[in-house]
Design a protein around this ligand. Structure first.
Ligand SMILES: Cc1ncc(COP(=O)(O)O)c(C=O)c1O
Length: 406
């Protein structure tokens, strides 16, 4: 056996990168999973996927499985172009980059727009998956608060003015989730969208508009994307993870010619499976997309309502929240001084999990929130889970253990 010397891995693996999300809960098999940001599995269109796979293989044969030597047939890109009109986005298939999940699009965007130590401004709270990508890109992050109308664009403007006056670096990119924000569930108001778009032109930064949940709206109302107001300074992202299934790993980015070409160059995995692109295009062609979406949103609306009733029932007015109009998440705010991280283990021991609020912040930690996902569990489990969290909370409310960390 040769001697095994210690190996120095890349400095990217800093201790400050926490493990969160589903990986974080992998040892909690028996707990009611209110932490997972997972779609309801009963919404997956399994038979249409089987039919579309067979159709693709029967009609395209070996070509369906060959290297494409390009982007494939672009059928899916055209579907994205047509669907984008609902979001007031006018684009063409050449300006759509199909990616391996929208996570890859976030990665390509930050690597296209920034160098190490550049400024990227984010929301507080924000999606920790994106924060991980930004940390790996080595950019500097600055957070701006989110209220019931989305990120505080006036605070962003003030910081832009201050940075300009003080010769401080301006952001290269601002990352926002305008619809059914993860984790708060709020929407960015139209007025703020317009203002942020105007700031992007004035201060010459890109907006990374992550619209993962746009179709999961309970009222079938689409408001214009930020992209609509600043097509030259927005990279718009969305995904099939919530509409079809996450495991197909297909998302997309829309941007101007120059930025999409550059993202293309950095996309070093060849193309996102052209075979899967064809299958998804065939699924969407054959199924009634509107019926599919409305059955998903109806299920999620019922589950969201069940979760809200359970929260009101078991917590009374101890917590506050914004009622989501779509998406996946309910974000609870506890009285100041509560640290929800200290509740996690006791809740898991009791058979339920959630994600503590602190994981959604970078730099300006707030401890008195938690994120619940209402899509994955049925109404009975949701009720049981919330009851358990409330029991743990009230049993320990006055103990030092639950107070905010110094
Ligand atoms: C806001 C947001 N963006 C992107 C993603 C990742 O989606 P995808 O499965 O397309 O990579 C998620 C997943 O939970 C998300 O919440």
């Amino acid at each position: 056996m040769p001697q095994l010397n210690e190996f120095t891995y890349s400095s990217r693996f800093s201790d400050s990168i926490p493990i969160v999300g589903s990986a974080f809960t992998k040892n909690q098999q028996d707990a009611i999973p209110l932490s997972f940001g997972f779609p309801a599995p009963e919404t997956f269109p399994i038979q249409p996927i089987i039919d579309a796979t067979t159709y693709s293989l029967m009609t395209d044969g070996d070509r369906a499985l060959q290297y494409t030597g390009g982007d494939g047939k672009k059928k899916i890109a055209q579907w994205i172009v047509d669907r984008s009109k609902l979001r007031s986005i006018e684009t063409s298939a050449e300006n759509v980059l199909v990616t391996t999940g929208s996570m890859q699009a976030i990665d390509l965007a930050v690597r296209t727009l920034t160098d190490e130590n550049d400024e990227v401004w984010i929301e507080a709270p924000t999606f920790f998956g994106a924060v991980r990508i930004f940390q790996l890109a080595g950019v500097r992050l600055r957070s701006f608060p989110v209220d019931q109308n989305g990120v505080d664009v006036d605070a962003i403007e003030k910081e832009l003015i201050d940075a300009t006056n003080n010769h401080q670096p301006l952001p290269k990119m601002i990352y926002v989730m305008p619809n059914y924000h993860n984790p708060t569930g709020v929407n960015l108001s139209l007025e703020r969208r317009k203002k942020l778009a105007a700031l992007a032109y004035r201060y010459n930064f890109f907006i990374l508009e992550d619209d993962a949940y746009v179709d999961l709206n309970f009222s079938n109302i689409y408001v214009p994307a930020i992209y609509h107001y600043a097509p030259e300074r927005v990279i718009y992202l969305s995904t099939f993870s919530k509409l079809i299934a996450p495991s197909i790993r297909m998302g997309w980015a829309i941007g101007n010619d120059s930025v999409i070409q550059k993202m293309h160059l950095l996309k070093v995995d060849g193309t996102t499976s052209a075979f899967v692109q064809e299958i998804v295009a065939n699924v969407l062609e054959k199924m009634n997309v509107e019926t599919h979406i409305s059955s998903i949103t109806q299920l999620y609306r019922e589950r969201c309502e069940a979760m809200i009733s359970a929260v009101l029932n078991y917590f009374g007015d101890e917590v506050t929240f914004v009622v989501p109009k779509g998406g996946f998440f309910l974000w609870l705010t506890f009285p100041l001084g509560v640290n929800t991280s200290h509740l996690v283990q006791a809740c898991v021991d009791k058979g339920v999990n959630f994600i503590a609020g602190e994981y959604f912040y970078e730099g300006c930690l707030e401890f008195n929130h938690l994120r619940l996902c209402f899509t994955f569990c049925d109404e009975k489990k949701i009720d049981e889970g919330i009851k358990k969290i409330a029991e743990v909370y009230f049993a320990n409310k006055n103990l030092q253990l639950f107070q905010e960390a110094e």
